[in-house]
Design a protein around this ligand. Structure first.
Ligand code: PEP
Ligand code: MG
Length: 580
């Protein structure tokens, strides 16, 4: 069990007038914890174009300063890599190597000799090296990101400001920042980070998804929280969505209580069911084989969403057939005899894949993303389906396939045709766009199942960017309008003589109270981060099907998202008992 009160050596002493000051945000991952905060540094500003050496600084002095900065960055990253594990370690090792790369330093020094400042020189040199690596393609192209990462670190070192990315500390801390980017997560060490708190970001933002996947308490959209000083002691309540400065005895008791609850909630017996025995299979969302192994160990009854784009994030080129087969088979092998729903590449918006998406689109969330990239990059989808079919051969997993961002029945029909041509027997589509919810009956005339992506369905129904903190109160699947779209999807699945399964794989499924409502609305399976399985299972087991239907009716007719959540939560006392 984790120690719940953590302080950093040399913690900032709290200004006593701040004691008890509370910030309110949106709770996105439950948990109560006390710890000292560390702040996510600001992104490194680009040095001015044409920035020259300061008067009195010789090119030799500037070159020596640059070499020293590069060496310091390398030493720091190497030291950190020793204490890291898995993907985080690999990222740190690769970046450390790049920090003192002779070709990079030589190119920068050459620019310094022409009078360019050290900061601008490393900036431009890194841009040229990155472009060269990019043009080489394959593995070398992957290294382009590392070069751009180290250039920010070297510039920060030259300026004497904190390095970008997740800060480093020997002792555990609560990470506070504006928001986290997907790339930050590779170096986020769950053994060091006690909780995540951001001043921006919505309930469906990356910070929220990462926090739930790691089982870390998290609060987003807590305006002003990033102005607190590093080292201050705070109490974070991830269910209530609050952060209290310099907590007292009551909060210490609450944090201790949570530590006991998490230990008790750690187990899921592998069968999702209601109090009356009605079965609700609980599946897991995964981004690759490692997640799948963890999900299987946590008792997941299958995979409800394999986000295949997560296998290839930051890839500049289309992965080969062999690479794809390996990535997918790793997931299938973790679930013999169980269902694995593979989602075809969902590139775009917050998940750009350089080989598929156009970074210059004015509105990426409304642009050529998800299934629509089949229009701009024909062939990629067919090759991916062929890879899925090949990976499925000889495994015991029951492989289903679905397309993201489907808007019309024609798209569903086209996708089903491609699946059939690839020999994939069970095609489905995601319902993430309101038009798909409204036309579910005709969509299901072409495919075998639908899965509700409530993260995007909410952002499109409410016209509220899922990544924007100021819109967090709009951007919640508790919105009665979103619940109505879910109800209509289920109704469509039972229309026109068919009775086809409707799952949910958006984050809504990981909220135990909302999971109850979803079952009441007629959803048949729920897929979530493996960490949420036990809490969702415990709450579902406390209600009967009739009760879920009653709660769904109350939520649907509530006046607002806040009312819907409050009314349902009040009727589920188990949530308070468990601190959820
Ligand atoms: C969703 O939109 O709910 C979903 C599951 O897809 P993603 O979060 O990957 O966009
Ligand atoms: Mg989506």
């Amino acid at each position: 069990m984790r120690t719940i009160v953590q302080t950093l050596p040399g913690s900032a002493s709290t200004d006593k007038s701040e004691t008890g000051r509370t910030f309110a945000g949106v709770g996105v991952s439950p948990g109560r914890i006390i710890g000292s905060i560390l702040l996510m540094p600001q992104a490194v500003r680009e040095p001015a174009v044409g920035d020259r050496l300061a008067e009195g600084t010789s090119p030799e002095e500037a070159s020596t300063a640059l070499r020293a900065a590069a060496k310091a960055v390398q030493t720091n990253l190497t030291t950190r890599s020793v204490g890291a594990s898995g993907a985080g370690r690999e990222v740190l090792e690769a970046t450390a190597l790049m920090a003192n790369d002779p070709m990079l330093i030589k190119a920068a020094v050459k620019l310094i000799t022409t009078g360019t400042s050290a900061e601008r020189a490393i900036w431009d040199a890194a841009a040229s090296v990155a472009e060269m690596l990019h043009n080489l393609g394959g593995y070398m192209a992957e290294r382009a990101t590392d070069v751009l990462d180290v250039r920010g670190r070297i510039v920060a070192e030259l300026r004497g400001v904190p390095a970008p990315g997740i800060p480093y500390s020997d002792t555990p801390f609560i990470l506070v920042g504006e928001d986290l980017a997907p790339a930050d997560t590779a170096t986020l060490d769950p053994a060091k980070v006690l909780a995540l708190v951001t001043s921006s970001g919505g309930p469906q933002s990356h910070t929220a998804i990462i926090a739930r996947a790691l089982g870390l308490p998290a609060v987003v959209a807590a305006v002003g929280v990033d102005a607190l000083a590093a080292g201050i002691l705070v109490f974070v309540d991830g269910a209530a969505g609050t952060i209290m400065v310099d907590p007292g005895a009551d909060e210490v008791a609450l944090a201790n209580g949570w530590a006991t609850t998490t230990a008790a909630l750690a187990v899921f017996d592998g069968t999702g069911r209601l109090k009356d025995g009605h079965l609700v299979p609980l599946l897991s969302n995964v981004g690759g084989a490692k997640d799948a192994v963890k999900a299987a160990a946590a008792g997941a009854q299958g995979v409800g969403l394999l986000r295949t784009e997560f296998c290839f994030l930051e890839r500049d080129t289309e992965p080969s057939l062999a690479e794809q087969v390996e990535a997918y088979r790793g997931v299938f092998d973790a679930f013999p005899g169980k269902k694995v729903v593979v989602r075809t590449l969902d590139a775009g918006a917050d998940k750009p894949l350089p080989f598929l998406t156009d970074a210059s689109e004015p509105n990426p969330a409304l642009g050529v993303r998800g299934y629509r990239t089949d229009l701009s990059s024909p062939g990629v989808l067919e090759r991916q389906l062929a890879a899925i079919a090949l990976a499925a051969e000889g495994t015991e997993a029951e492989v289903w396939v679905m397309a993201p961002m489907i808007s019309t029945a024609e798209e569903a029909e086209h996708f089903a045709g491609l699946c059939q041509a690839a020999g994939l027997q069970t095609p489905g589509v995601m319902v993430e766009v309101p038009s798909a919810a409204l036309t579910a009956a005709s969509i299901l005339g072409h495919v075998d199942f639908v899965s509700l992506g409530t993260n995007d369905l909410t952002q499109y129904a409410m016209a509220a960017d899922r990544q924007l903190g100021p819109l967090a109160s709009l951007n919640t699947p508790w919105q009665p309008a979103v619940l109505q779209l879910i109800r209509l999807t289920v109704a469509g699945s039972r229309d026109e003589g068919h009775d086809k399964p409707v799952g949910v794989c958006g984050e809504a499924a990981a909220d135990p109270a909302l999971a109850v409502v979803l079952v009441g609305l007629g959803v048949s399976t729920l897929s979530m981060t493996a960490r949420a399985l036990s809490a969702v299972a415990a709450v579902l087991a406390s209600v009967t099907l009739i009760e879920t239907q009653g709660l769904a009716a109350l939520a649907l007719t509530a006046h607002s998202a806040t009312d819907a959540r409050r009314i349902v939560r009040e009727k589920l006392p188990i949530l308070t008992e468990l601190g959820l």
